[in-house]
Write a protein that binds this ligand. Structure first.
Ligand code: ATR
Length: 307
């Protein structure tokens, strides 16, 4: 097994020279690529510690945090399905993570108190800069699948960045109404510029979607459609035009149907690997209070995916 269970936490260091100090929790967790990102970074920084996976049953995240701190863990990533429970189990939560309704990064202080962050949104800003050389806040954005976890984090970040247009689309429209209210509240807070136009919400079968896509600079797929190679694109790909930037948060397969078709339409495309990389780099920066060795992390990921 490539992970520990909660019952095995007392044994995480037996037979190892270097102590486990960082971990990802999930259920299932065996497939998580976080160790492929973080271990090369810890090695590069010569920190002589390990990053491990821990399988945590739903409803036991708070208990897991206590046990993991007692076992010497000092920084945690939370993945599916624990991002909401992780938020609830933190003593303090970053306001952006609260709006996203999800925490993916937990930092312990010296008393074991937990602060929660969400690095998916800020990681996406870095990903867009790296992939397209653009600032997210300058782009007219449409998010396809905004009702899911990744969609909500990215939508919140778009609101925080003051994107001039933010269109949220989802198969289930009802999920978007409370989200729009939360994002409007966020953008109306005096510290934020907010989208200059109102935040629009549409269902995926709304006939206006084609026009909404045409009027956008950046199209983001955050649906799970594309995870299987046989999946179609989540909307008719001939709606994509050469002026578009198309970002698919899926990275495996590396080219979804959407990305292949968007490229043949002349658009610039990118997959979710850069988001995976930069959300991880930002987690490490929260734990260590120093810049992450992003190149070592990227290489670790690429080496693993190539193998
Ligand atoms: P989460 O990210 O919260 O775990 P998910 O079940 O993986 O959620 O779904 C992520 C997104 O993919 C959601 O926006 C979901 O749409 P619904 O909110 O309507 O469920 C979207 N999605 C999943 N399957 C889809 C499909 N076949 N067509 C369109 N959207 C789909």
């Amino acid at each position: 097994m490539n992970y520990f269970t909660l019952d095995q936490l007392s044994e995480i260091n037996s037979g190892h020279d270097h102590p486990a100090k960082f971990a990802v929790i999930g259920n299932p967790v065996a497939h998580s690529l976080s160790p492929q990102l973080h271990q090369p970074a810890l090695n590069k920084l010569k920190l002589d510690c390990r990053y491990i996976r821990v399988e945590v049953p739903e409803g036991q995240v708070n208990e897991a945090f206590e046990k993991m701190y007692a076992a010497g863990i000092r920084g945690i990533n939370a993945t599916v399905p624990h991002k909401l429970e992780a938020l609830e189990a933190c003593h303090q939560v970053d306001p952006a993570a609260s709006s996203m309704g999800a925490v993916n990064t937990i930092v312990f202080n010296t008393e074991g108190q937990r602060t929660g962050f969400n690095t998916d949104g800020p990681g996406f800003v870095r990903a867009i800069r790296e992939e397209f050389g653009m600032d997210l806040g300058d782009l007219r954005v449409i998010i396809i699948g905004a009702g899911g976890g990744a969609g909500r984090a990215i939508a919140t970040q778009c609101a925080l960045e003051g994107c001039p247009q933010l269109i949220l689309a989802n198969r289930t429209l009802e999920k978007l109404t409370p989200m729009r209210e939360e994002l409007t509240r966020l953008t109306q807070s005096e510290k934020l510029e907010g989208p200059r136009d109102r935040i629009e919400i549409h269902s995926l079968d709304d006939p206006i979607l084609e026009e909404a896509i045409g009027a956008s600079d950046l199209i983001i797929n955050t649906t799970s459609v594309g995870l299987k190679s046989s999946d179609p694109a989540p909307f008719p790909p001939h709606w994509v035009e050469p002026h578009h930037l198309v970002y698919d948060t899926i990275y495996n397969p590396s080219r979804t149907h959407l990305l292949r078709d968007a490229e043949s339409q002349g658009a610039r495309i990118a997959n979710g690997l850069s988001l995976l990389l930069h959300q991880g780099a930002l987690s490490l920066e929260h734990w260590l209070n120093q810049d992450a060795p992003v190149d070592a992390m990227r290489q670790g990921l690429l080496d693993f995916l190539k193998a």
